[in-house]
Design a protein around this ligand. Sequence first.
Ligand code: PEP
Length: 247
Amino acid sequence: MGQRKPIVAGNWKMNGSPELIKEIAAVSAQVTSEQREVLIFPPAVLLSEAISAGLECGTQTVSEFDAGAYTGEIQASLVKSLGANYTLVGHSERRSIYGESNEDIANKFAQAQKNGLTPILCIGETQEQRTEGKTEEVVKQQLVSVIEKLGIASLVNSVIAYEPVWAIGTGLTATPEQAQETHKYIRDLLRSYDEQVADALRILYGGSVNESNSELLFAQADIDGGLIGGASLKPQSFKAICESAKG
Ligand code: PEP
C-alpha cells in the first residue's frame, strides 16, 4: 500500500465569521505539517478572507456550469483564481436539501477538475438504507456514477469522504469497525478498476467526529483522515482532531 498523507478538513456549512477564521488560522498553522494536510471549507463569502489568513481552503459546492445566468451559483474558475484548491461535491445536505442527483454531482466533479480544483466527493447511506442492508449498494452507485462518466483516472486528483448520513450532525458516530468496513469496501471496489488509483486515494471519514473518537477512527487501515462539521467550529477541538491524524 502506498503512503497516504492524511487530511483533516473542516466543513463550516453556513457558520463561521471573520473572527473564527483568525482563530482557526492560528490553529492550522500549528498543526499543518509533514504528517497531515489541514483544509477549511468556509462559507463562500468568507473564502477570500480565509485564504488571506493563510488557510488552505475550498468551497462547499461549485456550479456545474462555466459561467452565465445562474443566480447564486459558485463559479469554479473564480474559486481557483482566488487561491483555493479544493471543493466538496455531493455533501449529503446538498443531496437531500437541494436535490442534487448523482448525475449533477458527477458534473460538478468534472467542472471542479476542469478548473484545477480537487473535488472531495462525499458519499454515504441514510439510516433507512443501512437498516435495509443497502449501504454497499448506495455508496457503489454514488461512486460508479462518477467513474462511468469520467473514468477511473479522474479519481487520481480527488478525495473521497465517506459520511454515513445518520452520523452527520447527530452525535452518532460510526464505530471504527463500522467505518473501516465501508472504507475497505470502497477501496476494494476501486481496486477492481485500478489498484494503483485505489491504493493512493485518500478516503476520509465524516460524521460526528470529535476529539474523543478521532484517534481510533483515523487509526483504521483505510481511513485517511476526516471531514469534520460541528467540531471544526471549535478551535481547540479541531486542533486535537488534527493532531490525531498522523501520516
Ligand atoms: C459534515 O457536515 O460533513 C459533518 C461530518 O458534520 P458533523 O461532523 O457535524 O457530523
